[in-house]
Design a protein around this ligand. Structure first.
Ligand SMILES: [Zn+2]
Length: 196
């Protein structure tokens, strides 16, 4: 039991450290390289942050439980990981919080998702199910967010409205979450996130 808790904390810290490093770098590059007309990101009013964090955490719990319930055995590790990942996608709001002009949600893009998943798989040698869970957290996060996001940044500077694709986001987040769980049944090599 203690080993399992220690393993969960270590896994979440490792994955988070790489995620934070990639997220902050990606955000910094977006601030330094984007055209001024693209830098229209603002920081949401302070009073609206706690309810948003609660909504993201609830979505993280739902996605993580979906993964764990379909895994080879139930574990809280994907659940904790999913909640943390769901929150970390908002690191890209830091420049606006500091009063620095920035693009809207640069890390809410497919390229960032690809880069961060590759970093986890290559640097930490995480199994493919961890990458799929990050994809589920990405879609789940977008399902909770409101407003605009640059899906194809930096290949396209177009912003897309999130509310036009909500049903698709919820469905695909849970499809990926269940897939991440099912993949643990085929992957027997450590470090599998439902094993110690
Ligand atoms: Zn967000």
């Amino acid at each position: 039991m203690m080993n399992s808790i220690r393993g969960s904390i270590r896994e979440v810290l490792e994955v988070s450290a790489v995620f934070i490093a990639v997220g902050l770098t990606f955000t910094a590059v977006s601030v330094l390289t984007s055209d001024i007309h693209f830098k229209i990101g603002t920081f949401r009013p302070i009073y609206s942050i706690p309810p948003h964090l609660v909504a993201l955490s609830a979505m993280g719990l739902a996605v993580g439980f979906a993964t764990s319930l379909f895994s080879i055995r139930f574990s809280m590790r994907p659940v904790i990981l999913s909640v943390v990942l769901m929150l970390l996608f908002d690191l890209d709001h830091i420049p606006a919080a500091l009063g620095i002009p920035q693009p809207i949600r640069p890390a809410h893009s497919l390229l960032f998702l690809g880069v961060v998943v590759l970093a986890e798989l290559i640097l930490l040698k995480k199994p493919i199910e961890t990458g799929v869970l990050i994809g589920a957290a990405f879609l789940g996060h977008l399902a909770v967010d409101t407003g605009l996001f640059p899906l194809f940044y930096p290949f396209s500077m177009q912003y897309y409205a999130l509310n036009s694709i909500y049903p698709w986001l919820y469905v695909s987040a849970f499809v990926l979450a269940i897939m991440a769980g099912l993949l643990t049944r085929f992957n027997t090599r450590p470090p599998n996130f439902v094993r110690n």
